[in-house]
Ligand binder design. Structure first.
Ligand SMILES: [Zn+2]
Length: 139
């Protein structure tokens, strides 16, 4: 019995192969991982862009002499730093290194690590060059 006679194709970026048998969206486990990762990047990026627009709107309002809201804007800055430091802790727990994080931001690995530690993050043992980091931290 054929339920769906329409030809369906893999939704993973750059694949487009015909879907075999019972596959609904992706032709293989690898394509499923790639496709879901691509969707997450888009969703996360759009969410972040919306948050950035909100922060800019708030800053414009404060700059337009809404001094009463300045405290809220300042608290937002501190909360953002805390949240990022915690997100880095969580990413480390999932196996991502400072090198991985730096590649997403355009920062250096050392700069990323120092920012993280300055903002209360837990030191990570990844990247295998802690001796170098310790020297820089002592400066
Ligand atoms: Zn595929």
């Amino acid at each position: 019995m054929t339920v769906n006679v329409q030809e369906r194709h893999c939704e993973a970026p750059g694949c487009g192969k015909e879907l075999p048998g019972r596959r609904r969206r992706f032709c293989s486990d690898l394509c499923r991982v790639r496709g879901q990762r691509a969707e997450r990047v888009v969703d996360g990026s759009e969410f972040a862009q919306a948050a950035i627009r909100m922060v800019r709107a708030l800053a414009t309002r404060v700059g337009g002499s809404d001094i009463a809201t300045f405290g809220a804007l300042w608290e937002l800055r501190a909360e953002t730093d805390r949240a990022i430091a915690e997100a880095i802790d969580d990413l480390h727990a999932k196996g991502f290194s400072y090198t991985d994080l730096a590649a997403e931001t355009g920062w250096t690995r050392q700069g990323m690590r120092q920012w993280h530690l300055r903002h209360g993050g837990q030191a990570s043992d990844y990247d295998g060059s802690q001796a170098e980091d310790r020297e820089e931290a002592d400066v």
